[in-house]
Design a protein around this ligand. Structure first.
Ligand code: ZN
Length: 160
């Protein structure tokens, strides 16, 4: 069976950046599952997996536009230390959910300078050229319930 709209796909992957550094991998874990065509995974990867079948290996390059977006300078912001009430120690690398005009946004602390904290609302992989080494583990059709919910049920998915 080939991957098409509403296929439930399970795949293993290794993600590397431009410099060849491994950023993430499913090695030693269960394969990642998603419903094809539901926007569960980044568009650049989803598009390239179309038509592939179980056992197939693919090397997929994804540009920032089709990945996690370009780095947006305006998402780097200085906020007062007071904004982190209840947090004993604010350290670079910590992630917080921030309330913004556009809704909740995950931000990463970049720097702490006295009473000022520099946070970055860009996705950690924004602006990066990404390479996925993919091996398709399984392809099946989604159930109507899965399509309705927009996520995978059972193995590798949501149990409810
Ligand atoms: Zn569900």
């Amino acid at each position: 069976m080939q991957i098409a709209q509403n296929s439930v796909v399970a795949f293993h992957y290794t993600l590397t950046n431009d410099a060849g550094e491994v950023l993430d991998s499913s090695e030693g874990r269960e394969p990642l599952t998603y419903i094809h065509g539901s926007g569960n995974i980044i568009p650049g990867l989803e598009k390239k997996l179309e038509g592939a079948s179980a056992g197939e290996k693919l090397n997929v390059n994804v540009s920032p536009e089709e990945g996690y977006g370009e780095v947006q300078e305006q998402l780097m912001q200085e906020v007062p230390r007071d904004a982190f009430q209840g947090v004993e120690s604010v350290e670079p690398g910590m992630q917080f959910q921030a309330q913004t005009e556009g809704g909740p946004l995950m931000v990463t602390v970049k720097k702490v300078e006295g009473d000022t904290v520099v946070v970055d609302g860009n996705h950690p992989l924004a602006g990066q050229q990404l390479t996925f080494d993919v091996e398709i583990a399984n392809v099946r059709e989604a159930s109507e319930e899965e399509i309705e919910h927009g996520h995978v049920h059972g193995e590798g998915g949501v149990e409810h």
